[in-house]
Ligand binder design. Sequence first.
Ligand code: FAD
Length: 336
Amino acid sequence: MTRLFRLACQEHPGLATIALKSLELWTALGEQIGERLIHQTGSLSIGSPETPPVKGTLATAAASGLPVSKIEHAELAARQPQYSGLAPDDVAIWDPGGGICYPERNVRAQAGAAQRLGAEIYVHTMATSIEASREGVIVHTPTVEFRAANVVVATGAWLGKLVPNLPLAPRRTPQYWFQPRDPRSVDFTLDKFPAFIWQRSDGSHLWGHGSDEDFGIKIGPVNAERLPENLDIDPDQMDRYIHTGSDIDAAAAAVAEAFPGLDPRPAKVIPCVVTDSPDGQFIIGRLSRERSVIAAGGDSGHGFKHAAGIGELLAQIVAGESPYCETEFLDPARFF
Ligand SMILES: Cc1cc2nc3c(=O)[nH]c(=O)nc-3n(C[C@H](O)[C@H](O)[C@H](O)COP(=O)(O)OP(=O)(O)OC[C@H]3O[C@@H](n4cnc5c(N)ncnc54)[C@H](O)[C@@H]3O)c2cc1C
C-alpha cells in the first residue's frame, strides 16, 4: 500500500520539521538496505486561496522555509487535464518534496533496523493492560509480563483501550483504488498524476495519487465515510465488510465527477480506521497523571508520513533529551 507524503503540511506549521526528519531517516535507511522507502514526485494542494490546502500549505512552507510554488488556475487546468470541475478560483501549491511512502515496506524496514540494534519484537502478542506506579510500569500480555521505567503506547485505534480518558474517536474509513476507463491510458501514472489533496467548492475533499503498479489509482473521498455509523467506533467491533450502497455510491459519484478518465467503480476497496483527535493533531507525550506512560496516537488520518520523525521524538522523550521539534501542539496536556 501507499500513503501520501508532504513536507509543507497544511495541518500545522510544526509538522514540517517532523516530516523532514522522516525524510532524512527513511532516505538513510533506504540507502542502507537498498530499498526505496519514499518516492518524491512532488505533491499538489488544491483549492480556492482561503482553503486549508492552499492557505495552510503556504503558511507551513513560509514558517519552515520550504520551496513551494503556486500554480495559477489556467496553468493547473492545462497541466492536470485529469481533473474536471476545478472551480474558477482553484489554484494549487506545488510541494516538490511531496510524494508517496509505503507503510508495510517502511514498517518492516524500521523493525529490521531496530532488531539489528538489539530490539526484541514480540509478534502476535497483545498488551492487555498497563499498570503504572512510581517505580515504573508493568505491561501485561497473555504470555509475558514486561517491567520498565517507561512505556510508549502506540496502538493506533486501540490506544484508548490501554490509555483511557484520551479524547480519541476511531472512524471507519474505506480506502479505494480505481483504474483508468481506457486500459491503455497513461494519464494516471504517478509522475503525471502526482499526490494531491483537493478541497472542492462544495467543501468536500478528494486526495490520492496515480500509480505505475497493478493495484491502481488511489483516491480517497474524505467526506464519503462520515456516515454516523462510521464515527466513534469500537475498533474491535468495526464493520469489516464493504457495502455496495453506503461505501461505494458516494465515492463512485465523486470520482465520476472529478476524474472522468477513471472508471468510477472502484477496482478495490478495503475498510480501514483513522483515529481522530478533537483538533486534528496527534497526541504525543507523557501523561501528566502517569509520567511513565507516553501516548503516541490520534493520527487523524495524516500520521504515516511522520512515523519515522515521531519515532525519533519518542526516543528523545524517553531518554529525557531536548526534542528536535516543537511539541506543545502534540502534548496530551492540551486537552486536560
Ligand atoms: C485510509 C487511510 C488513509 C491514510 N492516508 C494517509 C496518507 O496519505 N498519509 C499519511 O501520512 N497518513 C495517512 N493515514 C494515516 C496513517 O495511516 C496513520 O497515521 C498511521 O498508520 C497510524 O500509525 P499508528 O502506528 O499510530 O497506528 P497503526 O498503524 O494502527 O498501528 C498500531 C499497531 O498497534 C497494534 N496494536 C493494537 N492494539 C494492541 C495491543 N493491545 N497490544 C499490542 N499491539 C496492539 C495494531 O495491531 C497495529 O499493528 C491514512 C490512514 C487511513 C486509514
